[in-house]
Write a protein that binds this ligand. Sequence first.
Ligand SMILES: Cc1cc2nc3c(=O)[nH]c(=O)nc-3n(C[C@H](O)[C@H](O)[C@H](O)COP(=O)(O)OP(=O)(O)OC[C@H]3O[C@@H](n4cnc5c(N)ncnc54)[C@H](O)[C@@H]3O)c2cc1C
Length: 312
Amino acid sequence: MSLTDAQLAEIDAARAATAPTRRATVPALEALLFQPVPVLDHGFVRVIDYMGDDAAIVQAARVSYGRGTRRVSEDAGLIRYLMRHRHSTPFEMCEIKYHVKLPIFVARQWIRHRTANVNEYSARYSVLDREFYIPAPEHLAAQSTANRQGRGAVLEGAEAERVLDLLRDDAARCHDHYAEMLNETAEGAPRDPARHGLARELARMNLPLNTYTQWYWKTDLHNLLNFLSLRADAHAQHEIRVYAEAMLASLAAWVPIAHQAFLDYRMGAVSFSAPMLAVLRRMLAGEAVGQPDSGLSKREWAELTQALDRPG
Ligand SMILES: Cc1cc2nc3c(=O)[nH]c(=O)nc-3n(C[C@H](O)[C@H](O)[C@H](O)COP(=O)(O)OP(=O)(O)OC[C@H]3O[C@@H](n4cnc5c(N)ncnc54)[C@H](O)[C@@H]3O)c2cc1C
């Protein structure tokens, strides 16, 4: 993560400013506010603002005149009940806004989550920094043979070195050509006064997908949980999962009761289909069920045995 001295000073100034408020605040999240959490080689995620807390979920669920809270155990029980039974609207009463710096190919996955408000850095207006995501050697993996959307063994030796060289060289060359087409120095002055330079909105098309972009991303707690359940999951690509994991930490600071309920009833939970449940009942009754007589497809059987931590 590379921030300029001026950017760091802006963050410090924002963190130093405080104002009295009647609104709910969460000390653990206030402590993190504005602080960039490094992700990947040059990226970060930081919380810019938030609205509501665990009590706001309870308040909305009870449609209260005051804070709506009772004993902590009662509030936790209600939040856990709402999470368990997918009563989602009370969670929509909390909002959070992040500033994220991420490679463009990660942004393409992220932007598929339509239930958020997004404002991205404009590469029509500004010049993109010379920063590219280059995977750490332990994340440079071969195509998985078992999963078409996954990775297999880590590349090693000369093959890994060659891949890293190609990634670095191609990115550097593309950015050199971008700068040449723009005909601009880093300070925005013409490099060659005899040339016009290509418009920024056109020159950017030469940049690779590992170029970093930035955006402000705001969503409500219900849709944040949907995002995290998909992107902090083991099936998500590593490069977006590390962002989701950093955001999970901010969730724990912000709404600790909802966070724990989310881990218990969503992230750590498994849902069984009706045919799977029928097989489970037969197993619990002592029957030795195998895939051929289970009525499940091979894939469903594999999912069931994996969830139960049993040999397939
Ligand atoms: C592991 C993984 C692999 C993926 N692979 C692919 C892939 O190969 N190709 C691909 O194209 N995508 C892929 N995706 C993206 C995926 O299909 C979803 O587009 C993405 O995860 C956003 O999820 P979402 O729709 O639940 O989120 P959001 O867009 O935030 O929507 C949340 C919920 O709001 C509702 N909603 C939002 N907008 C609408 C609407 N216009 N109409 C009706 N309901 C709406 C839906 O109930 C939706 O579930 C993948 C995602 C994951 C996690």
